[in-house]
Structure formats: C-alpha cells, structure tokens
Design a protein around this ligand. Structure first.
Ligand code: G3P
Ligand code: CA
Length: 257
C-alpha cells in the first residue's frame, strides 16, 4: 500500500549505514559517514546527544569514554570540551586490521557539521537518545529544510517523544525502536497511530512477524545486520530496511553481486 512506501527513500530494502560505515572507520565520525556515502548507503544513521550548552553531537553512548580519549557524560560537558576529544584512535587500537592513520585525532561531529557537509546528497536516519534534545533537533531539521525535502527519518526507543513529534509533524516519518523483549509483546496497532514503522533486532525476527506487521501497515526495519546470509534471509522475508555497519555488503547483495 502507499502508506508502506515513503517516497524517495530509495528502491528496495533501505541500506542504512549504522553509525556511518562503522565496520570500517570509527563510528559517528565524518570519515565513517563519508565512507558510507561512497558505499552508496541510502541513509546515514546518527545517534544524537546534547551538550550542557545545547549543542547536538553525534555519538551513541551518553558517556564519551568508549569512543573518545576523554571521560564524562555529554549532557554535563560543554561543546568546547567535546570538541577537544580524539574520537578515532580508540578504533585503531580496538581494530588493528582496519586501522588507518587518518582516523587519529578525528573529532566528534556536531549534527550541523554533518548537514553542512552532506546536505541533501544523502538521507539521515536520526535516533533521539534523550528526549531533552528533541526540540532542538526538530528546529535544526527545519533550519536545514530537511523535513520538507523528505530527507529524514526519526527513530527512538522512547514512544512518548515520538508521539509528541507526531502531533507537531504528522508527515515526518517516525520509526519506533523496540528491543528483544518488547518486540514480542508490543501493541503494534497503537504504534501505527504515530509511526510509519518499527526498528527491531534481527535475532528474533521471523517471516510471520514481518507479515503481521505489514498487514498492520508498518514498515519493518532491522538492526544491526552485518552477515551476508542474514541480510539475504531478511530480504527474502520482505524486510524494508537494514541497519548495517557494512553498507557495501548490503549494496552488493542488492545489486546481485
Ligand atoms: O537505531 C537502531 C539501532 O542503532 C539501535 O541500537 O544501540 O545501536 O542505537 P543502537
Ligand atoms: Ca542507533
């Protein structure tokens, strides 16, 4: 049905670069997004947090320790402190096979750095990790005209924040994320009232559930799939989008390579 096909979101299964091409470069850095673009991902997946002085930055964890050389909670740090951090050297140490000199000293990007650099050459699949950042995020999307250009999907595990956004922006595509336990018992009819689809972990997904969700008018996206055999199976089952750290693998499967 039409409701299942947000326009201009690419053809076939959506290739969503999870934290950028994070299998090849330090997650949530400009170079990881750049590589994802080169691999022709349809969307850059970006987790967003807000600093104490109200700057939106791309990072998965609320704490900078895992992916930078610093420590502390983003919401308790000023942007100037975040901006000093090295967001790449950890990757070279953790993944010597993928290490690259270019990854040393890369910074934590502001959300606006990403929009300034990529413009509408890609689409953005943005996760609200903290409800407090939602208003500034929406204002930023408006400033960059990304909603009207149909260049963004918003995702969150927080259903309250999604429902609030739906009231303000009924045409902005929203994806309700669910974890392994909740996905089996969720009220999908209620989710369909505000969201165009759901994002579910692939491990407990099956064809029956995908069909059930499609019958309820929901798109089904799944995270985080890095193995080609899993990708192929999910595509056969009719999945609508796949979050992957290796967008080149999904690209090749879509192109039958
Ligand atoms: O956004 C989909 C997936 O990324 C959710 O898990 O922890 O990687 O943000 P996480
Ligand atoms: Ca995410």
């Amino acid at each position: 049905s039409e409701a299942l096909e947000p326009k201009n979101f690419g053809s076939g299964v959506l290739n969503i670069a999870h934290r950028g091409a994070s299998g090849y470069a330090p997650e949530h850095t400009m170079i990881a997004y750049q590589i994802a673009g080169e691999m022709e991902a349809d969307f850059l997946e970006i987790d967003v947090h807000m600093t104490s002085d109200d700057v939106l930055v791309a990072m998965h964890d609320e704490d900078v320790a895992r992916t930078t050389d610093g420590e502390g909670f983003i919401q308790e740090m000023k942007h100037a402190e975040i901006d000093k951090l090295d967001a790449g050297s950890w990757f070279n140490q953790a993944y010597p096979d993928q290490a690259d000199k270019r990854y040393e000293q890369v910074r934590v990007p502001k959300l606006t750095d990403i929009f300034d650099h990529f413009g509408t050459s890609t689409k953005y699949y943005i996760e609200i990790k903290n409800a407090a950042s939602a208003d500034l995020l929406l204002q930023t999307l408006e400033d960059y005209q990304l909603i009207e250009k149909n260049a963004v999907i918003i995702q969150s595990f927080d259903s309250a924040v999604l429902q609030k956004i739906y009231e303000q922006y009924p045409s902005l595509p929203l994806i309700q994320l669910l974890g392994k336990n909740k996905m089996l018992f969720a009220n999908y009819k209620k989710i369909r009232k505000y969201a165009v689809g759901v994002g579910l972990p692939y491990q407990k997904l099956n064809q029956r559930l995908i069909r059930h969700l499609h019958r309820n008018g929901l798109l089904v996206h799944t995270y985080t799939v890095n193995d080609e055999a899993d990708m192929k199976r999910l595509i056969e089952w009719g999945i609508d989008g796949i979050f992957t750290d290796y967008p080149d693998r999904l690209y090749d499967i879509k192109e039958n390579r």
